[in-house]
Design a protein around this ligand. Structure first.
Ligand code: HEM
Length: 134
């Protein structure tokens, strides 16, 4: 089923909108938090609904370049998310810190996140295999 792929693309479009309308905090923050949760839960969903033992071990996909590239990009994305939340909290609660560098970092990392997430979706699509009953 290619459903998860189309759903991920839809969340990407939503993320682009939240990136563009970053000043509308009531839109930006809930969308970004939801997309992050979606990205954290998607691997759980796929592990529960796919026959990974057959795919990775029996068919030997675990040694394929594509799988490791996809995996590495996901880890990169999670690390970027953690740093992004950190700078976001800084922007929201700056204390006596200057908020300008935090915003600059948040924006620069945001561009990195858009790139990494696009690559995660593309490499995921390359690995896509239709689910069959047999
Ligand atoms: C937990 C997740 C996030 C929170 C809580 C958050 C929070 C914020 C806040 C409070 C601002 C300042 C808004 C303002 O101008 O008043 C902001 C700006 C921004 N955010 Fe986020 N954000 C999150 C995730 C992301 C992600 C994932 C991206 C990119 C994909 C992103 C991209 C941006 C950009 C480009 C700005 C504008 C920075 C600037 O130039 O001032 N944010 N965010």
């Amino acid at each position: 089923m290619a459903g998860p792929f189309y759903f991920a693309v839809a969340t990407y479009v939503l993320m682009l909108a939240a990136f563009y309308w970053h000043r509308v905090r009531l839109f930006h923050i809930p969308v970004m938090v939801s997309v992050m949760l979606f990205d954290l839960l998607m691997p759980v969903y796929l592990v529960l609904t796919r026959d990974w033992q057959r795919r990775l071990l029996e068919e030997g996909d675990i040694l394929s370049f594509g799988v490791w590239m996809h995996f590495g990009l996901i880890i990169t994305l999670y690390v970027l998310y953690a740093i992004q939340v950190h700078t976001a909290l800084g922007v929201l609660r700056p204390g006596d810190r200057d908020v300008a560098p935090l915003r600059r970092d948040h924006r620069a990392q945001g561009v990195g996140i858009l790139l990494a997430r696009a690559l995660v979706i593309v490499t995921g699509a390359v690995l896509f295999e239709p689910v069959t009953d047999s």
